[in-house]
Design a protein around this ligand. Sequence first.
Ligand SMILES: [Zn+2]
Length: 257
Amino acid sequence: MPGDAATSDLGGGFVLTHLAQGESAVQATPLAAAGVTAVMSTQGLNARNTDETLAWIRNAGLAANAVTAAAQVHGADIVRARPGASSGTGDGLLTDDAGLVLSVKIADCAPVWIADRASKRFALLHAGWRGVSSHIATNAVTALRAAGSEPANLVAAVGPHLQSCCFEVGPEVAERFSRWPRSVKPADELRAPRVRDDSFAIDLGIAIAAQLREAGMPEDAVFVASACTRCSPVGFHSYRRNGAGGPLMIAVGVRRL
Ligand SMILES: [Zn+2]
């Protein structure tokens, strides 16, 4: 993609890349090695603006007219991407079509790219606490297997998201993560001011990685960004910081021909 010369390491397999027009993108380098361009925007773009979003996609060197998205409902369904702007309803998209640019919109939820190194198949997820506690990452591997992929051939990258430094939840949400014990942390690990006194901190990346490993993926094939959308100096849009109706980011994935 353009601008590869000027990148900075964000940790977890992710780099910050500068695009044309002063824009920037976060790129998942383990996916690039697997043949998928996997990028997300930063606070420089509000993905609620369609024209600016398509311009950002073109600046990233991708085909804006090949973008497809599904209506996101914080669920755990994986749908087949279709040519055209709408791929139905679901929080995960899967394709074998190198002509499609898959996209999800995010602000604190994690974008998760999963690529098959042995075929053109890949998936892109919008994974927040509701979707993760409903096993969206598990479902993605199940869908990839049903399409013919072997988990041993998959590589995954979990993009910047609301990290446990800022992800305060009540006990009712923490309980939904008890199946992945390391993903629930004591509230004194929070760096953000606490809103309630019975809360916990959730580590979404740990829960997603646990699901992917339980589904058969090799441990060393799962990469998790360390940047937090709320407090990273890189500058991301954050639902927790900006509130409902605030700006969104876009994450995209496309198989390189
Ligand atoms: Zn944080």
